[in-house]
Design a protein around this ligand. Structure first.
Ligand code: ATP
Length: 245
């Protein structure tokens, strides 16, 4: 990890627990036109951690993720101010494709899969950058052994699969880009509790393999159970943060 120490960067100094963060957000505010949705949000994520973000509908969780994935600085209506850094690179002015190149990827709310395409084709989409594309076949096999259900159904269109299986495809697609940081947005939404158990078990494994995870979750029990650190959002601000338990 870079600790290049550019002037004004959080990377110039250790953060929480005396560690250098892999991801840092400093003074992030966001607007949809005149409406301000985020107010001076700051936090950091240490390498290898799972950080959960909880908060009610409208608290600003999705806006924060959109800001961190380059989706708030397109066009004139939505914009952000503040600083977002990952592994020493500023993300707040990058386009989404460039952000993925820095090793950050997202499993979006609603999964956003190509419903008529097969499991294999949906997964392959995640390896569109040259580096991941060069090792795509190998990564695909790793994902099939991680999710045997997807191996069995690799040639099936996604629209014939259950919600839980589709969530596995969305996670697998994110892993195809060989990320070092993954944002998970509302993984439990619309899924049966037993399926959510499986999905969160997979998140733990992904984290144990060295991937840093930021989990946005409305289900507070899940969010607390998986997290090393928790941020609580209310009306566009972080109002509480700390270690769970
Ligand atoms: P949810 O769990 O419902 O997704 P959230 O915590 O993710 O909630 P956001 O979706 O980030 O909250 O919403 C934060 C605020 O921004 C809310 O007041 C919401 O109405 C507003 N907002 C969100 N998206 C837009 C948009 N595209 N245009 C205008 N306002 C928006």
């Amino acid at each position: 990890m870079s600790t290049s120490g550019r002037k004004g960067s959080l990377f110039s100094k250790p953060g929480r627990d005396g560690r250098y963060p892999i991801l840092s957000v400093e003074g992030l505010s966001a607007w949809y036109g005149e409406l301000q949705a985020l107010f001076d949000v700051s936090f950091s994520v240490n390498p290898g951690e799972v950080v959960s973000v909880i908060g009610a509908n409208g608290a600003g969780k999705s806006t924060m993720l959109r800001a961190m994935t380059g989706l708030m600085n397109r066009g004139k209506t939505a914009h952000i101010e503040g600083r977002i850094e990952c592994q020493g690179r500023r993300l707040d002015r990058l386009r989404t494709e460039k952000i993925v190149e820095t090793g950050v990827t997202m499993v979006p709310e609603g999964r956003m899969l190509f419903q008529r395409m097969t499991v294999a084709d949906n997964l392959t989409v995640g390896a569109y950058l040259p580096g991941p594309r060069a090792v795509a076949e190998e990564t695909l096999e790793e994902i099939y052994s991680f999710f045997p259900r997807l191996a069995e159904r690799r040639d099936q269109p996604v629209n014939q699969m259950s919600g839980g299986e589709q969530q596995m495809v969305a996670i697998g697609r994110a892993l195809m880009s060989k990320p070092s940081v993954v944002f998970f947005d509302e993984l439990s939404l619309g899924l049966a509790p037993i399926v959510v158990d499986d999905i969160y078990e997979k998140v733990r494994h992904i984290n144990a393999s060295g991937v840093t995870c930021l989990v946005i979750e409305q289900d507070m029990g899940r969010a607390l159970a998986v997290a090393d650190y928790v941020l609580v959002m209310l009306e566009g601000r972080i109002v509480l943060h700390g270690k769970p338990g």
